[in-house]
Write a protein that binds this ligand. Structure first.
Ligand SMILES: CC(C)(COP(=O)(O)OP(=O)(O)OC[C@H]1O[C@@H](n2cnc3c(N)ncnc32)[C@H](O)[C@@H]1OP(=O)(O)O)[C@@H](O)C(=O)NCCC(=O)NCCS
Length: 319
């Protein structure tokens, strides 16, 4: 099917926030965070904007692919929210990198990268594009309540990017949505409006989550999606070289690993250093593996993500 990844790039903020740095904010411990999640530190935007790191990730991916910004047919950013509500992050990025093509944002929460691949693949199949830049850039630090120990320890900021060109690398892809806001949400802020009666709606845009329900959703969904994609592509789990799973919690990844009965070495992780960077997590990991020459031409990658929505997405790609 239609696409291949021609290049990858990423950028994370320079500020590292370790578990011990959170002790002055909330009643927690390095031991609790490490044992329940596998996270040791995360990166947080301080004196850079989301657009700044999106730009660096984009330029790195273009360089890695050997593609000029002027050759792009589309820029697709995935983000829960850019620096502005409007214009989109993609529009501002288009200007920063001197591209001329259409650009828009897509919000599928942490599943955004897989959703973007599916949209991009459809553009290639419809012969409407030959080169697409996907940039997944997230700043969850602006949505977490830094007084809520149940959530603030989990997330980090970062950007990952890929350049897609025509190819036959996509062997299976599926998106799913089970619409509900009960288990994971960030309410939109509600500015004062003299005509509105909606005083009851919370004004603070803090992320709230039912961790145990999301945990159960994640383990069952990622496992089901892996089975589906493997059957669809006609590639048994033994034939998958790497499972690149959304970096939310090491225990979720280990639970899926046990269920699909594959060795731990096939499940690379960077969440110990990055935390959960939402839609940026898989492209960030992919770029690390690419930069370290871990991935070999022809490797079979299963990528799977889940997130607020509830959304999920899986694909199998030949590298
Ligand atoms: C969030 C998560 C790590 C919590 O782990 P858990 O084992 O389910 O923990 P619980 O929520 O049951 O809380 C257990 C206890 O730890 C406490 N606790 C929660 N966060 C804590 C923290 N950072 N430090 C110390 N204690 C904490 C709770 O208050 C609770 O205490 P209590 O028993 O006295 O009430 C886990 O549920 C998870 O990872 N869920 C999935 C989240 C996810 O992936 N989200 C991203 C979606 S894209």
């Amino acid at each position: 099917m239609s696409i291949k990844i021609a290049g990858t790039g990423s950028c994370v903020p320079s500020l590292k926030v370790g578990n011990n740095d959170l002790l002055r904010l909330v009643d927690t411990s390095d031991e609790w965070i490490t044992s329940r999640t596998g996270i040791h530190e995360r990166r947080i935007l301080k004196d850079e904007s989301l657009l700044d790191i999106a730009e660096k990730a984009a330029n790195a991916a273009l360089k890695n692919a050997g593609v000029g910004a002027d050759e792009l047919d589309m820029i697709l950013c995935t983000t829960i929210q850019g620096d502005y509500i409007t214009p989109s992050l993609a529009c501002l990025l288009q200007s920063r990198i001197n591209a001329k093509c259409p650009a828009f944002d897509l919000n599928a929460a942490c599943s955004g990268f897989i959703y973007a691949l599916d949209v991009a693949a459809s553009y290639f199949e419809a012969k409407k594009a030959k080169k697409i830049l996907v940039v997944c850039a997230e700043q969850l630090s602006k949505f977490v309540d830094w007084e809520d120990r149940r959530t603030c320890v989990l997330f980090g900021d970062g950007a990952g990017a890929v350049v897609l060109t025509e190819g036959d690398g996509l062997l299976a892809i599926r998106l799913r949505t089970a619409g509900q806001a009960d288990f994971l949400n960030i309410p939109a802020p509600l500015p004062k409006n003299p005509f509105s009666d909606f005083e009851a709606i919370p004004r603070k845009s803090f992320l709230s989550m039912n961790g145990q329900e999301i945990y159960k959703f994640a383990v069952s969904t990622v496992t089901e999606d892996a089975v589906f994609a493997s059957e669809k592509a006609g590639i048994p789990f033994n034939g998958i070289d790497y499972f690149l799973l959304h970096q939310a919690n090491g225990r979720i990844i280990e639970a899926v690993q046990t269920r699909v009965k594959q060795p731990k070495s096939k499940f690379p992780m960077n969440l110990c250093r990055m935390g959960n960077t939402s839609s940026a997590s898989i492209p960030l990991l992919l770029d690390e593996l690419n930069a370290e020459h871990v991935l070999k031409k022809g490797d079979i990658l299963l990528m799977s993500a889940f997130g607020a929505g509830l959304t999920s997405g899986v694909c199998i790609l030949r590298w």
